[in-house]
Design a protein around this ligand. Structure first.
Ligand code: ADP
Ligand code: MG
Length: 684
């Protein structure tokens, strides 16, 4: 009872905090801070070490540090021109003196008194004989300083929330949460790793005494976060194993293979072999087929469907977008035509009448393969004898949705397919509940897509290249990061860029636009025309990211490529290089930055999705990696630093051990609660 009340306090709002009124509470929501718990677990991105307090004489030119000094002259206020006010005074300690200037902060004149002793923090620069200190942070030297003389946290901020406002709110929040932040690690784990207590960790992560303490706090909190995730995924796995499944007799695969227009690769055959073995085993299959874009996963799924239909059962195939559902419907219809498989399509945008008819075919068992979007999950879709549930591009669905399709019948065989390669270190955690087949071989004759990172000054040449490509009968994708005009003008919105290309740059070519906010029928129409060669240049947002397959498109331009993560760039690039001819990808750089440059360089250097994913992990750390929508994982609050990689395997091991002894976490109610919560929020 009392426990619940305490939990409620943590889950309660933050308006009780001094300085947080309606406006700031609203602003904090933009940082996803709603509750007291959110507030205290809003972890710093970095620290600024203001702990060193130096005699003025020891300060170096250009150094950031604190000095403790007396105000030696009365502050003067000067207006040098309209809108520009200066407050100036001199400070001194026993070793030396410095001039202090505040720009446009005239209130300082009232706050600072001659003879007062303050701690100042800022950047010192030498001007002739004297030091100049401009707009420093200052506090009375007597009281316990919050912003000087210690390590100060650096947070991601938003407008209306300054650093001071946030650290003061967190300081108060920590006091209010005193005794509530119990943490969810079992005692034996806390002891084994010598972790500091949860309560201590929360305080120290925000306001560490020194960097060593901050590191201790981080170590514990990262472990706790990854451990919780590993428990969540692990418990899902234990629920999924040992299900019995419909026996689908092992068919003679040659019959299927010989109907195809191409020879399967060895990797494809191995994946088909894994699947057919699973489905004939008497246990329910729970398998992931992981293969880079273009590795040919669709035909592998088709083989599984073929086997299920032969045995007299229905299959369902769920795609993340209507576009893909359409495309798959066409592909499967063709692939399975020789076997007379009755295939239907079900998607949200159909009329009620159409949907009803399709649902009837499904319920009667006449539809042998049902392809659709998450509309398939709707509860009035009832299968007569569903034995195989396939989810394509599963990372686009939440973990929840992926399991939802399998709830459409008793223990169907579950096959999920993903084109998002995962570094081996993470695969175990992310796909903890699945067996994995990897398609690590591309169909023969594929050439790697030559990739260049270019800047605006190459625009003319690039446009020339596009024109040449189109004149050779080929097609071009241009991908933009945003749909509508953004307040950031440097961003090419797809719409604006489209108009520019259509009206100004290529008025003689057929240019079309595709974005997520278009009606489904429009999107389908544009895609159909592009696939049919009626469009030369397709300007689009990332809606084309997954699965779209138009082999005649051989050039892709990605605008503001620095805005995209590596795995997304890789997915996008996978739309070209799908035919036998050489393809090109141009990463148009809108702005430069060390991290984004490195990302783009990785793209030009590497084509293998697994290698890129390792690089991605190295650049971003596992937390960001999980957090990105690419993997359908919940967002991590802290485990986003590369240094949390080591912790990952330890957390994974401990979670596994714990789940072996207590699969339902009965002995760990706090942990159980947190685990449940993890997949409630944030997924779609
Ligand atoms: P993804 O793994 O990205 O879903 P797809 O299944 O869409 O890849 O296949 C990409 C393209 O490669 C399709 O045009 C498909 O017909 C073709 N393809 C698949 N397997 C082979 C193969 N073994 N040989 C030649 N082409 C293949
Ligand atoms: Mg695919």
């Amino acid at each position: 009872m009392e426990q619940d009340q305490k939990m409620n306090e943590l889950n309660g709002g933050i308006r009780f905090i001094k300085g947080i009124g309606e406006a700031r509470a609203k602003a904090l929501e933009k940082l996803d801070i709603h509750t007291l718990y959110d507030l205290v677990s809003y972890f710093p991105r970095d620290y600024e070490d203001r702990s060193a307090v130096k005699p003025i004489a020891d300060v170096q030119d250009g150094e950031n540090c604190c000095v403790k000094a007396v105000v030696a002259t009365a502050p003067t206020l000067a207006r040098i021109r309209k809108g520009m006010e200066l407050v100036k005074f001199r400070i001194a300690d026993e070793s030396g003196a410095a001039n202090v200037t505040f720009f446009n902060q005239s209130y300082v004149k009232r706050n600072i008194a001659r003879g007062g002793v303050y701690t100042f923090y800022g950047r010192f620069s030498r001007m002739g004989l004297h030091f100049e200190l401009t707009n420093p942070v200052y506090e009375k030297a007597d009281g316990g300083g919050v912003n000087t003389g210690r390590i100060v946290p650096v947070y991601r901020l938003t407008s209306g929330i300054s650093r001071n406002v946030l650290s003061n709110a967190i300081e108060q929040g920590l006091k209010a949460a005193d005794g509530l932040l119990k943490g969810v690690l079992p005692d034996h784990i806390e002891r084994k790793y010598g972790f500091i207590s949860s309560q201590q960790a929360y305080r120290a992560i925000h306001f560490p005494k020194d960097m060593a303490e901050a590191a201790c706090a981080r170590r514990r909190l990262i472990f706790e976060e990854l451990f919780t995730l590993a428990c969540a995924l692990g418990s899902m796995k234990s629920r999924n194993t040992e299900r019995s499944g419909t026996v689908i007799p092992m068919p003679e695969t040659e019959k299927f293979y010989s109907s195809l227009p191409f020879e399967l690769t060895g990797a494809q055959k191995r994946a088909v072999g894994d699947i057919l073995a699973d489905m004939s085993s008497g246990r329910a299959m729970n398998r992931l087929v992981q293969g880079d874009v273009g590795s040919g996963k669709t035909v592998v799924a088709a083989a599984a469907v073929w086997a299920a239909v032969r045995a007299g059962y229905q299959s369902a195939f769920m795609a993340p977008t209507e576009l893909l559902a359409d495309q798959h419907y066409n592909t499967f219809t063709k692939l399975l035509a020789p076997f007379g498989v009755k295939t239907v399509l079900l998607k949200g945008s159909m009329t009620a009448k159409q949907k009803k008819e399709i649902r009837e075919l499904i319920a009667l068992g006449e539809a042998e393969l049902v392809i659709g979007t998450h509309a398939l999950l709707s509860e009035n879709v009832v299968f007569k004898k569903l034995a195989l549930a396939i989810t394509d591009e599963q990372h686009r669905f939440g973990v929840r949705q992926r399991t939802a399709l399998s709830e459409k019948s008793d223990d169907p065989h579950v096959l999920v397919m993903s084109a998002t390669p995962i570094p081996r270190t993470l695969a175990l955690i992310i796909y903890g509940d699945l067996d994995v087949s990897v398609i690590d071989e591309l169909p023969p004759g594929r050439k790697t897509t030559e990739t260049f990172a270019v800047s605006e000054d190459k625009r003319e040449r690039l446009n020339g290249f596009i024109r040449k490509t189109v004149s050779e009968g080929r097609q071009v994708y241009v991908v933009c990061p945003m749909i509508e005009e953004n307040d950031d003008l440097s961003l090419h919105s797809a719409e604006e860029h489209f108009e520019q290309l259509r009206d100004v740059v290529f008025p003689d070519l057929r240019v079309a636009l595709l974005h997520g906010k278009m009606r489904s029928a429009e999107k389908t129409d544009v895609m159909r025309r592009f696939a049919g060669g009626e469009i030369d240049i397709l300007v689009s947002t990332t809606v084309i990211e997954v699965g779209v397959d138009v082999p005649n498109a051989v050039v892709m331009v990605i605008e503001n490529a620095e805005r995209f993560g590596l795995s997304q760039l890789h997915q996008l690039r996978g739309r070209v290089g799908r035919g036998a001819d050489k393809s090109y990808c141009f990463l148009m750089r809108g702005s430069r930055g060390a991290e984004s440059d490195e990302r783009l360089r990785a793209m030009t250097r590497l084509s293998d999705g697994f290698k890129l994913s390792e690089e991605d992990l190295r650049l971003r750390g596992p937390g960001d990696f999980f957090g990105s929508r690419q993997h359908g994982m919940p967002e991590m609050k802290i485990a986003s630093l590369a240094d949390s990689l080591d912790v990952l395997s330890a957390a994974q091991d401990e979670a596994q051990k714990l789940l072996e002894t207590d699969p339902e976490l009965k002995k760990y109610p706090e942990l159980e609660k947190r685990v449940k919560k993890l997949f409630e929020i944030k997924l779609n």
